[in-house]
Design a binder for this molecule. Sequence first.
Ligand SMILES: C[S@@+](CC[C@H](N)C(=O)[O-])C[C@H]1O[C@@H](n2cnc3c(N)ncnc32)[C@H](O)[C@@H]1O
Length: 209
Amino acid sequence: MARVDFTFGGLDLTTDDRLLEPREWTHEQSTWAADLLPQLPEGPVLELCAGAGHIGLAGVRGSGRRLVAVDREELAAPTIRSNAERLGLTELVEVRRGDLSEVIAPDERFAMVIADPPWVPTAGIGRFPQDPPGAIDGGDDGLSVASQCLAVIAEHLLPEGIALLQLGTLDQVAALDLPGDLVVDEVREYPRGVLARLSRLSRAAGSSR
Ligand SMILES: C[S@@+](CC[C@H](N)C(=O)[O-])C[C@H]1O[C@@H](n2cnc3c(N)ncnc32)[C@H](O)[C@@H]1O
């Protein structure tokens, strides 16, 4: 395992050079999560497509909430555990290796879901030769893993919970086929990607009153 140390939002963390290189801008997703968590119902946080786990760990740090971090890549699990240990969060972090559609029990519910799926259409992944294909390949339309994430969110988000989904472009957010009663209630755009906040229709309607 080729360890690479990096700084993320001021935190000293580690990754493996065979995983996607963490992007500093994605700390915006952690910050947004941390800002929202105090308003959310009790319950754990689920991080889908966690990679080195930095986004979820930085988001829940200080909240006292349990974090379930999911990634199918074998190298991700020891990396997330190592980062949890660095942050003193070992007792609160559970790592699950596997396909995100298969590792959540039917009765599990989460106050927040953080998701960072691959979003590059398969035909375009050659433009990013430095990135592991499995970390960026989002299928024909770039949204196949994002769709899997949405299905998990629709099934496992608490009624008053919130999900934060990272994608590449505003057009991708507009193209999402939202399952169940999920709605996008805010989108933030950055030079290298976008973050969409999702909730259930009942929550979104309540918050606008
Ligand atoms: C865009 S990378 C993001 C990784 C990390 N969040 C980061 O910021 O570097 C996508 C991650 O999703 C994982 N992944 C892709 N498809 C998956 C699936 N079906 N189930 C679980 N993990 C998946 C990849 O292994 C990769 O680590």
